[in-house]
Design a protein around this ligand. Sequence first.
Ligand code: NZQ
Ligand code: ZN
Length: 387
Amino acid sequence: MFNFNLHAPTKVLFGKDQIAGIAAEIPAEARVLITYGGGSIKRNGVLDAVRKALGDRVVFEFGGIEPNPDYATLMNAANLGLEKQVDFLLAVGGGSVADGTKFIAAAMRFKGDAWEILAKRSVAASLESAVPIGVVLTLPATGSEMNAGAVISRRETGDKLDFHSAHVFPRFAVLDPVTTFTLPERQTINGVVDAFVHTTEQYLTYPVNAKVQDRMAEGILLTLIEDGPKVLAHPEDYDARANVMWAATMALNGFIGAGVPQDWATHMVGHELTAMHGLDHAQTLAIVLPSMLAARREQKREKLLQYAERVWNIREGSEAERIDAAIEATRAFFERMGASTRLSGYGIDASRIEDIVSKLEEHGMTALGEHGDITLDISRKVLLAAA
Ligand code: NZQ
Ligand code: ZN
């Protein structure tokens, strides 16, 4: 196992009616800006519950944060926050709202051009502060509610970039599975796929004898395989929603990734697909992961065999056959969940692959993966195999 420093300071309030608990987490004198997306929280009663819990605090609202939150929108929110002298940000929604709010929090305290927080790793790393954030999560998927990362899009330039800063860890995250009952089917699917791929990015690499992390990762994958189809079939199954919600948080809150190699190549290639073609984040992962695993079967051999046996119970056949079967089982799971695993499934023609490869190059994504050896040529082959 590698050395690691693990810092997971977010307080989790999990379960039914936990939104009321935010009253004890936000200072009574705080000036709060509630940030949200396109309005689902108004329709399903979550906003009402939040406003009730905030009592007579001074509260402002900023709505309209889009899926794959846009830089321009977030700068408007940051300006509103400064104008209203807001000192607490409360993100109510999915990963896009949580991520967007992290960026707003950093931008409000940043002197200079806030785009640099995304464009330059060194700028994000040297951020000195951010406005405190809380999250009321309504879409289990990204893990953003308990981590220090955010992914921001800039439609104007076709970019989708991430930043990380310990200053943007949410102070608390409310995870009430009941809030997820109203998710559209497509978002339920996305959440399960995204959490699954977060787990494989930290698990399907090479062995470092990290038994706890491996078995936690396998537990998350098995839970998603078992309860993913249940939440699709029965959107109001509280127990299944609860298990999927906690699985998604645990997939990207630092625990399974501590002390182990990490890949993230599927995510980096996927981000370009979203930026260029507007696909949902998880749809891009469903396309890229099976082909990526096939292309990396030598480098990932030992972990793929472990995955085959412990997650899919594949014990028969040669090593090559077991690896093939595990990759096929992964693809079949995504398809069974309703996520197409081919570019053609989203109307994207193979002739567009070269543009995606160019964007990877522009963004410096030329040495990806846990070994840093996934070149542009390999990414091209992965996309061609996913056509
Ligand atoms: O905008 P509203 O009206 O709220 O509707 C949203 C949105 O249209 C809807 N929704 C959310 N909760 C709902 C609901 N509808 C009904 N009932 C509810 N309870 O779902 C739609 C999608 O929401 P979004 O927040 O975009 O989805 P998700 O949570 O999948 O977030 C995706 C974003 O997170 C980034 C992605 O790149 C993408 O930009 N990621 C962030 C990560 C992180 N911070 O660590 C890691 C991930 O790998 C990912 O890259
Ligand atoms: Zn993801």
